[in-house]
Design a protein around this ligand. Structure first.
Ligand SMILES: Cc1cc2nc3c(=O)[nH]c(=O)nc-3n(C[C@H](O)[C@H](O)[C@H](O)COP(=O)(O)OP(=O)(O)OC[C@H]3O[C@@H](n4cnc5c(N)ncnc54)[C@H](O)[C@@H]3O)c2cc1C
Ligand code: SF4
Ligand code: SF4
Length: 367
């Protein structure tokens, strides 16, 4: 306001790294994954150890591992305290890191960094086992007593999570009315991205905690809509609901619907061979050939409705903001029936029915 801004969209991301909370964390050679990658990404000089240990199982840990390998580390070890199934990093990234020579040690956690002349030299770690599930449903890692071991290392990169840097109201009075959550994020309405205070909106990692690019983009789009509406009509209105229904996820719908279809596996993306790709940051994926791209496109099941963009029902649902999410049954039982194609121009395929009941209405009104 002081600087004549009418609205603010807060989206500063989640750049603070969680501390490991172990003795020796302040030794030279101990660095956070985000700080390390930020320096590499912005072209600043970075020190890279010969025997690097990375703590964490997410994308930051895997990115840091693959980066240190490319910058000349002799040995790169990732320690993750749960099992592979719980690793938050994308499976393809994990596989690629292993193919390049990264050693991923599961069910292992650091307990102490040991140094010499102020610099890290060794790391003491302990083996873990999975206990009862925690509040989030993931099995809690429990240390296995007596399983402590020491490994040599000259660089420890911690990548166990990030959170946004939020200035407390005591330091900046402007933050007094901005809601914050116990996850150290800014609170707001997930549909309009409105914080509830003046014209302040929020989105991305600052709102959701560390997520994905796609999730951040979606927040930005929602915030842009409600911001625009707030100027146009004077109140904050979220994006209207779009009538996009589905028969369910692949796991939930009846497989019978696909039985008549030929199964074809996904094309494998050609990649640089591993010896070559760890030398520098050249793009690993080489792109599909034309023939592969065509085969991949032919796998499309044409599962959507061809009438979706002209459909009156959909148009009215959007116009009258019918909340289609309240459905009587989540799963529509599928029973394959024959397609009627005896008419020269019209084919009727009841297998495509989504229970919109337009035909029932048409029958009742016009027959
Ligand atoms: C190493 C790493 C790997 C990742 N890999 C993937 C991946 O493979 N796929 C994926 O989908 N997601 C990945 N993510 C997550 C993804 O990057 C984030 O979810 C996404 O970028 C969040 O977008 P955002 O706009 O909320 O914040 P950011 O993209 O973090 O942008 C925040 C911006 O605000 C700026 N800023 C910060 N503080 C201030 C301030 N006080 N004043 C002004 N500007 C400020 C920052 O400089 C930055 O430009 C990865 C993240 C990391 C760290
Ligand atoms: S129409 Fe084809 S590409 Fe699109 S979701 Fe369905 S199967 Fe996939
Ligand atoms: S015709 Fe039926 S299936 Fe197609 S868009 Fe309209 S409601 Fe959806």
């Amino acid at each position: 306001k002081k600087d004549n801004f009418d609205a603010i969209f807060l989206a500063i991301g989640a750049w603070q790294s969680r501390n490991l909370g172990i003795v020796g964390e302040d030794l030279d050679g101990v660095v956070s994954g985000v700080a390390f990658l930020e320096r590499v990404g912005s072209g600043q000089p970075v020190a890279v150890g010969r025997k690097v240990v990375i703590i964490g199982g997410g994308n930051v840990a895997i990115d840091a591992a693959r980066t240190t390998l490319r910058l000349g580390a002799d040995r790169v070890t990732v320690l993750y305290r749960r099992s592979r199934k719980e690793m938050p990093a994308s499976p393809e990234e994990i596989e690629a890191a292993e193919a390049e020579g990264v050693d991923i040690q599961l069910l292992a956690a650091p307990i102490r960094a040991l140094g010499d002349n102020g610099a890290i030299r060794q790391l003491e770690l302990i083996r873990m086992e999975l206990g009862e599930p925690d509040a989030g449903g993931r099995r809690r890692p429990v240390p296995v007593e007596g399983s402590e071991t020491i490994i040599e290392t000259d660089q420890l990169i911690s990548a166990i999570g990030q959170f946004p840097e939020i200035i407390p109201p005591a330091r900046d009075g402007a933050m007094r009315n901005i809601p914050s959550t116990r996850w150290n994020t800014i609170g707001g309405d997930p549909r309009s991205m409105y914080t509830g205070h003046e014209r302040v909106f929020v989105g991305g990692d600052l709102f959701q905690g560390p997520m994905t690019v796609v999730a951040a983009l979606a927040d930005g789009r929602k915030a842009a809509y409600s911001l625009d509406r707030s100027f146009a009509v004077g109140t904050v209105q979220p994006e209207p609901l779009h009538f996009n229904i589905s028969k369910g996820t692949l796991d939930a719908i009846d497989r019978e619907a696909f039985e008549a279809m030929k199964t074809s596996t996904r094309e494998r993306m050609p990649e640089l061979d591993t010896a070559q790709r760890v030398r520098d940051f050249t793009e690993v994926e080489l792109g599909l050939s034309e023939a592969q791209a065509k085969r991949e496109a032919e796998r499309c099941l044409v599962c959507g409705c061809a009438a979706a963009f002209e459909c009156k029902l959909r148009e009215y649902m959007n116009e009258f903001q019918v909340d289609w999410r309240v459905q009587p049954s989540k799963k529509i039982h599928f029973q394959r029936v024959a397609v009627m194609d005896t008419h020269p121009n019209i084919a009727l395929d009841p297998n495509k029915c989504v229970r919109c009941e337009r035909c029932v209405t048409a029958c009742r009104l016009f027959q």
